[in-house]
Design a protein around this ligand. Sequence first.
Ligand code: GLN
Length: 483
Amino acid sequence: MHQMTLAEIARGLADKKFSSEELTKVLLARITQLDPQLNSFISLTEELALEQAKAADARRANGESGALLGAPIAHKDLFCTLGIRTSCGSKMLDNFKAPYDATVVAKLAAAGAVTLGKTNMDEFAMGSANESSWYGAVKNPWNLEHVPGGSSGGSAAAVAARLLPAATATDTGGSIRQPAAFTNLTGLKPTYGRVSRWGMIAYASSLDQGGPLARTAEDCAILLQGMAGFDQNDSTSIDEPVPDYSASLGDSLQGLRIGVPKEYFSAGLDPRIAELIQNSIQELQKLGAVIKEISLPNMQHAIPAYYVIAPAEASSNLSRFDGVRFGHRCENPENLIDLYKRSRGEGFGTEVQRRIMVGAYALSAGYYDAYYLKAQKIRRLVKNDFMAAFNEVDIILGPTTPNPAWKLGAKNSDPVAAYLEDVYTITANLAGLPGLSMPAGFVDGLPVGVQLLAPYFQEGRLLNVAHQYQLHTDWHTRTPQGF
Ligand code: GLN
């Protein structure tokens, strides 16, 4: 049962082959048995799950239908869940029970999805390896000595290990696409504004976007359908109609213009990954796509710009965690300043403190123009590069990451080495564009992802290209040994 995709589960439930309650019990037992190896969950919500599963079964018995009705999922632990701990992977929020559901959580619950639990993540979504979580590192099911990617490493490891078919995640600089690549999943970061950020604890507000992590493009379409849409509670949500994503999966790729940026194949890229990307290009050519070399000349400036903008926004967003109204509070503060200092010093981990300091520095009066303003200018140039490219091509293709998943601990002493691994993913966040990563093969037994980018609101195009590719390849069906 645990091998089923969301689409297969939907058919099985519709055909009454099993109930949501039966499936939920099987998956909860599987999580209890196997997750100690992975550490992919921070909280299990067994009671809620069984309640939701029974309710979904009752709705089906009453004639209701829907691809998510009775479908088991989990939420990255930065989506607020009413009455349930929402920790953001931080000691700071270990004791925080959200007083409301995030819009994404509420929408999926209304569609009948069953919440099995909350997944592990890098603290406040800062990281690329899921090692900065206060709840401990997550292991990659493909090799338990390697990282699963981050910051949505818990969602990725759980789905890759077949503990559940799909999970929500968020992507500020790659945190959906990079863990998807590292664990052989399909993951989609939607256009900025497509999915509501209300109740999604903010890291860098102008970059954060929620999206689906699943094994197939078909399942990403199903989950995205339940997540996307205008929300008046989020002032950056965009009032655009949501297309039927599953209906876009049948389009031919004949004549599809794929742009391959020459900058993507520079020295930093593992040549074995470059070869797998070339193979995926050939596969898409067989399906009728036309390849064109393009250029994204400002790509080299994206990492420094991102690592100014994201920490700047984070330093502002995280100022609310001061030990006063919620979250961790130090023992016996001597005065208000002492309360702030010690609560924050004890509640935040090293990486979060580093980013708060970098961000506060970049925003300070004497350095604002030199760093923050400059980074914003680069951000515009990066966006302009994409706009020019999309005049000539329909999608842009390249590697998701320059290297496969590294060993646990390998980059702990050198944060900049980890930042550099984000080179292919962060440009989409700076520009607000949708991006998808899908399985493209293996290097040393570790999965490799190919990234597709599209113009604003063309999630359906990305999902269709990935779906057509998955109809003709079987990388995405491979299961890690032992799971
Ligand atoms: N690795 C990037 C960072 O640490 C992206 C994280 C994310 O997308 N949440 O900022």
